[in-house]
Design a protein around this ligand. Structure first.
Ligand SMILES: C[S@@+](CC[C@H](N)C(=O)[O-])C[C@H]1O[C@@H](n2cnc3c(N)ncnc32)[C@H](O)[C@@H]1O
Length: 281
């Protein structure tokens, strides 16, 4: 059965506002990998589980056409609203049925989304639509680590604030979340020509956000586990968790007076699983 945990309009709005954009070097790595394997024109890319289009938009300069697809109507509505590029379209569609002709797609990406899919069906569809030597890339990112912009090396106590909320909301996360924590180490790509970049091998793919304490708390509210916690326990209980986190962060920053506008940075490390469809498959 399909899992639908990104349906709420408010959740989708928080999502488009606070979820990270993949770092530019991750996208250029994927494009270089594709161009090493495939010599023809880049006509079409599909970004599956596109959410509000964070990863979709970054593909636009490289392809004639990009299609973002998602199972959530609210996410698609926000993606359309947030996107200007005329070569991108968005469509409401499950990953088990891709919007493309047979052998017509050079690149398929799924960013922080593949753990929600029916993977055997998705891989079958990917194989149907990819051209020979086309590329399938699954990306994701681990829990972000906040830090003080003026003391970037002291991160442990900041990370503890995130870990504590993650731990408290643990029972409300879907079981597939563990695959993100494990950086998809239980997923085997369908083609033998593949690269698995995780942990230290993926440190180069780190996106840093320069924001405020309030914005970081906004990001935490995009967590599907926290949204499930709110549905079950109510917004007031969530507010208590967030208030506690806010006070701890301000204390660590030594900025008790500044409140939510205190400067805070946080970084997301992305991992990447990428593979090439063989000539015959
Ligand atoms: C964590 S979000 C990631 C969104 C975006 N790619 C990003 O990088 O922020 C996961 C997305 O996958 C979508 N999704 C979940 N199951 C899906 C499925 N079976 N088919 C298509 N999309 C799905 C959700 O609606 C959600 O928008």
């Amino acid at each position: 059965m399909e899992k639908k945990l990104f349906e709420g309009a408010l959740h989708a709005t928080l999502y488009s506002k606070f979820r990270p954009n993949p770092p530019a070097n991750l996208i250029s790595f994927i494009i270089s990998y594709l161009q090493e394997k495939y010599a023809g024109p880049l006509n079409l890319a599909l970004d599956v589980g596109c959410g509000s289009g964070q990863s979709t938009r970054l593909l636009s300069p490289y392809f004639k056409r990009v299609i973002g697809s998602d199972i959530s109507e609210a996410q698609i509505a926000n993606a359309k609203q947030d996107t200007q590029a005329s070569n991108i379209s968005y469509i409401l569609k499950t990953a088990s049925s891709l919007e493309a002709e047979d052998t017509s797609v050079q690149l398929i990406t799924a960013c922080q989304a593949a753990h929600w899919f029916d993977l055997p069906q998705f891989f079958q569809e990917a194989n149907r639509v990819l051209v020979p030597h086309g590329v399938l890339a699954l990306m994701g990112y681990v829990l972000p680590c906040p830090f003080n912009p003026t003391a970037p090396d002291d991160r442990a106590a900041f990370m503890d604030v995130v870990d504590q909320i993650y731990h408290t909301t643990g029972p409300w996360w879907d079981s597939s979340r563990v695959d993100v924590d494990r950086e998809y180490d239980r997923i085997t790509l369908p083609y033998p020509d593949a690269l698995y970049m995780r942990g230290k091998d993926s440190e180069q793919f780190t996106a840093t956000v320069n924001g405020t304490v309030e914005e970081f708390l906004g990001y935490l509210q995009t967590w599907s586990g926290l949204q499930a916690y709110i549905k079950d326990r109510g917004q007031a209980e969530c507010n208590k968790l967030l208030l506690h986190a806010r006070l701890r962060l301000l204390d660590l920053l030594g900025q008790q007076e500044a409140g939510g506008s205190a400067a805070l940075n946080w970084s997301f490390r992305y991992f990447l699983l990428i593979s090439t469809k063989p000539k015959e498959s």
